[in-house]
Structure formats: structure tokens, C-alpha cells
Design a protein around this ligand. Structure first.
Ligand code: ZN
Length: 142
């Protein structure tokens, strides 16, 4: 969404400077064919818009699949020396609200592997369940 608005907004800004009025969010085709400078700027705009979309998609990788918040607390797991016990080195991110964790391989040998998302149950549910069996009373010695 943000990428689309950014691309459309910058094209509108560019069209402000050329006289034959173009409707919003359209490339001015008359100037595009006759004005080399305008053609160049539209080319630059295209690259810029492409970059915005690339960043937006790249950013999605590091977000929680449930609540879309940024994943936090990267830690390294695994080790090359103890590969059989601990697995290959990966970087593990977690959602601050405990929806799940994301493991990304440190070395991507067989092309770009898609990161592994593990969904976890609602941690708060578990806490409330524990406190309701206890009736909210802390354990006392009698
Ligand atoms: Zn989440």
C-alpha cells in the first residue's frame, strides 16, 4: 500500500512541471515521445517505483504472519561443529507478542530458501488458564 502511494505521488509531482495537463497518475504520452528529458525522468521514476515495491516485499519477510508486527530479537542457533545435534546455523526471530518464530538459514547453499515460520499457540491463553485453576490465590503454607 505504502509503495503504491509513494509511486503514484511521485509521478503526480513530476507531471506538475510539464505543461500539457495530464490526468492524475498517468504518464504524459505526448511529452514522453518528444521530450527526451521527460522520458529520462519517467525512466528514473520507473526505477524508483520498482525499488519501492522491492523494499515492501522484502520487508514482509521480517514480519509476524499473524499480527504483521516487526519480528524482534534475532539470535543465532545451531552450529557447524555440532550440526547433527543442534542443526545448521540459523538466525531465529520471534514475534514480541509470541505468535511464532522465524528461522532463516545463515548460509543459503541451494539457492534462496524460504524462511521457516513456526506458529506458536497463544502464550497469554496458557497463562490465564493457569491462573483460573488457582482462583487467583497464591499458594500458601498451612
Ligand atoms: Zn505476532
Amino acid at each position: 500500500m505504502g509503495a503504491m502511494m509513494g509511486a503514484a505521488g511521485s509521478l503526480w509531482f513530476l507531471n506538475l512541471f510539464w505543461w500539457p495537463y495530464t490526468p492524475l497518475f498517468h504518464v504524459n504520452t505526448y511529452n514522453f515521445t518528444f521530450d527526451l528529458f521527460y522520458t529520462t525522468l519517467v525512466g528514473v521514476w520507473f526505477l524508483f517505483a520498482y525499488g519501492l515495491f522491492y523494499v515492501a516485499i522484502w520487508d514482509q519477510r521480517y514480519r509476524c504472519r499473524t499480527c504483521l508486527r516487526k519480528l524482534r530479537m534475532p539470535i543465532e542457533t545451531g552450529s557447524w561443529g555440532y550440526m547433527l545435534q543442534l542443526g545448521r546455523p540459523q538466525i531465529e526471530y520471534i514475534c514480541p507478542y509470541g505468535h511464532g518464530k522465524l528461522n532463516i538459514d545463515e548460509v543459503q547453499i541451494s539457492g534462496v530458501t524460504s524462511p521457516e515460520w513456526t506458529e506458536q499457540g497463544d502464550i497469554w491463553q496458557e497463562l490465564f488458564a493457569a491462573s483460573s485453576t488457582n482462583d487467583g490465590e497464591p499458594d500458601r503454607e498451612r
